[in-house]
Write a protein that binds this ligand. Structure first.
Ligand code: SF4
Length: 378
């Protein structure tokens, strides 16, 4: 398969691993004093574990798992609000499958569905739009969730609804942005980060320049990476070489997909439909300035928060994390998932306490799926 097979070539991988080992040795990285490289994206975390890259790279390279799983960083209060909307009479709530099992304080969307709420899984916001066309007597709400990767498709569905004059379609907007939480992590004196692997899919939309501040203001290297094993290994090597040469730059390993200036059509749709919220709450990171998007005034008729009087318009609510859960620390790379006291005990994929255990991009799910269950048992 073009663009996949050649990026899984074992011979090439061995050569890159040898180069990583030489560079790690040259900069004095050891198991005791490793180089900390944060992979921002949850998709990268899963790829690292799927291909065993954490075990293949030099022992002086430590992967720190970042907050790039949009379902995981959603605070429980927003899940609660989404359940509340779904339980309103006449509502059809539509969502991506990932969000169905994310626990709220009282129940998940899946549990609300079992209790009678009309909640349907969709693959695109355009599916939700079609449901609204076919059900003019019902309110169809789309659970808009995700980073810059999914933000444009939600924007396009709102623009289309406006063109068609649909009055029974709205979006519960939880779209968030990648650069702001990275800045929050870099400002945290407890975080020891030496470099970053930048998210491939997000960067396809926003390009590479939004990361300039990481190199310019914080002196940290970053390589935007693809999702195949050789993509990730090459990006690790790029970061290590920058450290070895005393450079801090934004490099683009995924140039076959990521344009330097992003996707102009997607960026225009985002600009047209959304504006920044003053701040947005992130699970594990708290409120971060300008890190969330809301629907602009001209499309306010499609804003479920306005329509149902719920969410930030009605005042943000704070909800405590379940007792003993370390989601915040695991999500920001402060601890490994297996260090959470609940991992494999009070929290499993069947009975999750936190979103990191159920999301396809969650770090706890990655550890569980690729050997963590065994680790928990041991
Ligand atoms: S194991 Fe469960 S409770 Fe612990 S950090 Fe992971 S998702 Fe959260």
């Amino acid at each position: 398969m073009k663009y996949a097979t050649e990026f899984r070539d074992p011979k090439a991988a061995k050569a890159v691993l040898a180069a990583i080992a030489r560079t790690a040795d040259a900069i004095g990285a050891t198991r005791e004093k490793p180089v900390h490289i944060m992979e921002i994206c949850g998709g990268h975390t899963h790829a690292i574990f799927r291909y065993g890259l954490d075990k293949l790279v030099h022992e002086g390279v430590e992967f720190i798992h970042g907050p790039g799983c949009p379902v995981c960083v959603l605070p429980m209060s927003r899940v609660d609000e989404c359940v509340e909307i779904a339980e309103r009479p006449g509502v059809i709530l539509t969502t991506f499958g990932d969000a169905m099992r994310v626990p709220g304080t009282k129940r998940s969307l899946l549990q609300a569905k079992a209790a009678g709420a009309d909640i349907r899984m969709v693959y695109s916001p355009l599916d939700a739009l079609e449901l609204a066309r076919r059900n003019p007597d019902r309110e169809v709400v789309f659970f808009g969730l995700g980073f810059e990767t999914t933000t444009p498709s939600t924007a396009l569905s709102i623009q289309q609804a406006a063109r068609e004059g649909l009055t029974n379609f709205s979006v519960f907007c939880n779209h968030i942005t990648v650069p702001e939480p990275i800045k929050a992590l870099l400002d945290d004196p407890d975080m020891l980060l030496d470099g970053f692997i930048g998210p491939g899919h997000v960067s396809m939309v926003i390009g590479t320049h939004p990361y300039d501040f990481i190199a310019r203001d914080y002196g940290k290297p970053i390589a935007v990476a693809g999702f195949e094993p050789l993509d990730l290994l090459q990006s690790v090597l790029m970061v290590l070489r920058q450290i070895a040469e005393g450079r801090a730059e934004v490099e683009n390993q995924y140039a076959r997909v990521v344009p330097e200036h992003g996707n102009p059509v997607s960026l225009a749709a985002i600009e047209d439909v959304y504006e920044r919220r003053p701040s947005f709450e992130w699970r594990g990171l708290g409120e971060i300035d300008a890190s969330g998007l809301r629907i602009r005034e001209k499309y306010r008729a499609f804003d479920a928060e306005e329509k149902f009087g719920i969410g930030y318009g009605a005042g943000p609510r704070q909800v405590a994390e379940p007792e003993g859960c370390a989601c915040g620390a695991a999500m920001t790379g402060r601890i490994k998932p297996t260090a959470c006291p609940q991992f494999g005990r009070g929290c499993t994929p069947e009975m999750p306490l936190g979103a990191l255990m159920v999301s396809s991009e969650g770090a706890c799910a990655a550890y569980w799926q690729y050997g963590g269950a065994r680790a928990a048992a041991e």
